[in-house]
Design a protein around this ligand. Structure first.
Ligand code: GUN
Ligand code: ZN
Length: 442
């Protein structure tokens, strides 16, 4: 089958998508119509097709969904995925991550980045929020290759002035140099590819950044109107270290608050261990959180009290956190996150509502888009949005050969999450342009 590679096109398929106004659309015989600019002009029943619709390619029984949003992934760490289990976070960073990132020069970025974008698209990720390493030039490679591949990406150069792995920098120069490099990257890449690429100012976390670095980086993000991303409340030993390093702060969230880092353009990864005060402050400032349950279990960091956070109104999406998580698939993140919440409930720990399979699909699509302030642009199959789509062959998730696909949307969502297969995503498009990656392993 020759799938559409560029807009305009029309696809007939089974549609499954959250809706911006709440609820889900499930259309067993649906049509998605994409115009020449890569926008969805119609998504609904094939019988309701607009008059001048071109001939649709019939993909049924395939499912078309919005592309997945990965709010947290470390590009230089992807080759390490699956290594280093049974270490706590700070030991794992020292032994595995810093040596790996130290070697992430331009040559390494040229090797890893194009394959990484394809690997993300292969598992259905059409938008990724990404950490690079500390080297400016390797970030240029990351952006350039993302631009060529077609994925939607927000990327940032890691900033560290307390513990760093770049031996060429004089410690006295780190802050100024890191800010200047980040500012140049913003200049070159923020809003590039007609807004498909964006910049996130990226101080690694409070353990490896001074108060000056946190404050200056937040000021840069605010003046340049970029994102700001870092880690928070992931692991007990990390939290204790932050308390030791920042005795003046009330808690971990307060360290970032004092730096001016909280707000709607900030994405904090993990937030597993938040006090009521910290949670309330994140909600009050409309700060966004990347929930990374696979990583949190891999590194034995903890299990987020997700129901409590949802009830409090925290804006959340999902992150793979590779290589803290061993798998780029956001469907895998949903599955492990679901199991982790069940384990909390079994242990009598959960207080808030349990999420359904369709709620998890929403977290991985529209809620992720909302966390990035992009919910008017992507995250659901709705007319007016850009056509970031994936097509899934349900035969891959059926328990038995020739088993009929599920009729009910909740059953379908459950099957996609709990029986996700690495090859089930057969195609992915961003702005109606087909991405390389899906289908390459089959
Ligand atoms: N905290 C600071 N850096 C990292 C990282 O690279 N991965 C994870 N999981 N947590 C971090
Ligand atoms: Zn991380």
């Amino acid at each position: 089958m020759k799938l559409p590679t560029d807009p305009p096109f029309a696809i007939r398929a089974r549609l499954l998508s959250p809706l911006a106004g709440g609820g889900t659309v499930h259309e067993p015989d649906g049509l998605v119509l994409v115009d020449g600019a890569g926008r969805i002009v119609y998504a609904g029943p094939s019988t309701g097709r607009p008059a001048a619709t071109p001939t649709a390619m019939d993909l049924r029984p395939w499912i078309v969904m919005p592309g997945l949003v990965d709010l947290h992934v470390h590009l230089p760490q992807i080759p390490n995925a699956g290594l280093g289990a049974a270490l706590d976070l700070l030991t794992w960073l020292d032994r595995y991550v810093f040596p790996l990132e130290r070697g992430f020069d331009v040559a390494a970025a040229e090797r890893v980045a194009p394959a990484a974008w394809r690997a993300m698209a292969a598992v259905g990720t059409t938008t990724a929020m990404v950490y690079g390493a500390v080297y400016e030039a390797s970030l240029d490679t990351a952006f350039r290759t993302a631009e060529a591949h077609g994925i939607r990406a927000i990327i940032g150069k890691v900033m560290m002035d307390r513990v760093t792995y770049d031996p060429t920098i004089d410690p006295a120069d780190i802050l100024d140099r890191s800010l200047a490099e980040s500012a140049r990257l913003i200049e070159r890449w923020h809003g590039a590819a007609n807004g498909r690429l964006g910049y996130a100012v990226t101080p690694r976390f409070a353990v490896s950044c001074t108060a000056d670095m946190l404050r200056e980086s937040a000021a840069l993000a605010s003046s340049a109107r970029t994102y700001w991303q870092t880690h928070v409340g992931e692991d007990r030993a990390e939290i204790a270290e932050v308390a030791r390093l920042f005795p003046e702060a009330a808690d971990y969230v307060d360290v970032y608050d004092r730096a001016g880092g909280l707000g709607p353009r900030t994405v904090l990864a993990h937030a597993v261990h938040l006090s009521d005060r910290e949670l309330a402050r994140l909600v009050e400032t409309d700060t966004r959180v990347a929930h990374c349950p696979v990583s949190n279990l891999f590194l034995a960091s903890g299990v987020m009290p997700l129901g409590r956070y949802v009830e409090a109104g925290l804006s959340l999406g999902l992150g793979s956190d590779v290589a803290g998580g061993p798998d780029l698939s956001i469907f895998s993140v949903m599955r492990v996150g679901f199991y982790a919440q069940n384990a909390r409930a079994v242990a009598g720990l959960e207080s808030g509502p349990m999420l359904s399979p369709l709620d998890w699909i929403r977290l991985g699509t529209l809620d992720g888009a909302r966390a990035l302030g992009l919910d008017a642009v992507i995250g659901s199959l709705e007319a007016g949005k850009e056509a970031d789509l994936i097509a899934i062959d349900p035969a891959y998730v059926a328990p038995l050969e020739a088993q009929a696909p599920d009729d009910d949307p909740m059953d379908l969502a459950s099957r996609l999450i709990f029986r996700a297969h690495p090859d089930m995503v057969r195609a992915a498009w961003v702005r109606g342009r087909r991405l390389a990656g899906p289908g390459s392993r089959a």
